[in-house]
Design a protein around this ligand. Structure first.
Ligand code: AMP
Length: 281
């Protein structure tokens, strides 16, 4: 595994690989790697001759009162995992190189970035779309692997890649969960024992909703009320939103009909978690 820190060196590597006719798969991450990241890495390994993984905690996707400074980092552990998984390149740019003094260029996917998490985090997806566009220009991948855990992020990036004409195939990967159903996330590290236990209600509530739909429930409002009250009954959790949306437009559905995604965000103490489940009504 070669570690590249300089943007120019990464571009040189990718251009040379492409000149030799090699395909490049890319897994962007913020590090503190877990099995969720690994599922993306292992699928990407099979897809292309060159595998690039990036670790970059992107400052511009964090709001002023969010957890940028305390976001969990463990580079030694991450490097060990990557070395055991046959990565070609670990790309780790420095923030002051990615955003030189007075950086002015940003990319926004309108509408999609204002829904769901965008309400509580109004600049988040602008930061995400911008960094991913920059990473695409630097790594020049043929394939990018993204987790469905961050469902809105997946749709924002897929839309950005299509509308900005990147010749990159976006490959979504299913959510990897802990033994009790909690979606794996680097942020789970923040949870204390009590919060960690309470957090299991998020997936339970999603599963409950899916089962209700599978059993014929078609009353959207009744279903959402029940999901919200299940989560509301956990004293340690503050539900930010629970919505049922179209899987492509992220518009809230008016009817329980067809392919849908039930998505939620909740705060436990100082930790914001998200989760979702795909359903067919
Ligand atoms: P992050 O390091 O949190 O920015 O995540 C990097 C990539 O890993 C994103 O595409 C995430 O959606 C994906 N990812 C994070 N957690 C999971 C998970 N539990 N299952 C599947 N993919 C995940």
């Amino acid at each position: 595994m070669r570690v590249i820190k300089e943007i120019k060196d990464m571009q040189k590597f990718s251009l040379a690989a492409k000149a030799r006719g090699k395909s490049i798969a890319f897994v962007p991450t913020m590090g503190f790697l877990h099995e969720g990241h690994l599922s993306l890495i292992q699928a990407a390994r099979k897809k292309a001759e060159i595998l690039v993984v990036s670790i970059f905690v992107n400052p511009i996707q964090f709001g002023p009162n969010e957890d940028f400074n305390r976001y969990p980092r463990d580079l030694k552990h991450d490097k060990k995992i990557l070395e055991n998984n046959n990565i070609d390149i670990l790309f780790m740019p420095e923030a002051n190189k990615m955003y030189g003094h007075g950086h002015r260029s940003f990319l926004e996917v309108e509408e999609l970035s204002k829904k769901m998490c965008g309400r509580a985090r109004p600049t988040h997806f602008k930061g995400v779309a911008t960094v991913v566009a920059k990473l695409f220009n630097i790594v020049m991948p043929d394939y990018v692997f993204l987790g469905e855990k961050d469902y809105q992020q997946l749709i924002v990036i897929r839309t950005m890649a299509a509308e900005m004409n990147y010749a990159i195939e976006v490959i979504p990967m299913p959510i990897v969960r802990d033994f009790d159903g909690l979606a794996l996330s680097s942020r789970n590290k923040y949870l204390n024992e009590k919060e960690r236990k309470s957090a299991t209600i998020l997936h339970k509530a999603l599963l409950f909703a899916k089962t209700e739909i599978d059993n014929g429930e078609r009353d959207l409002h009744r279903l959402l009320m029940r999901v919200r009250s299940m989560i509301g009954a956990e004293p340690a959790i503050r539900l930010d939103y629970a919505v049922i949306v179209d899987p492509n437009t992220l518009e809230e559905t008016k009817k329980l009909k067809g392919d849908l995604v039930i998505a939620l965000a909740a705060t436990l103490g100082a930790t914001r978690l998200i989760d979702n489940i795909k359903v067919k009504a």
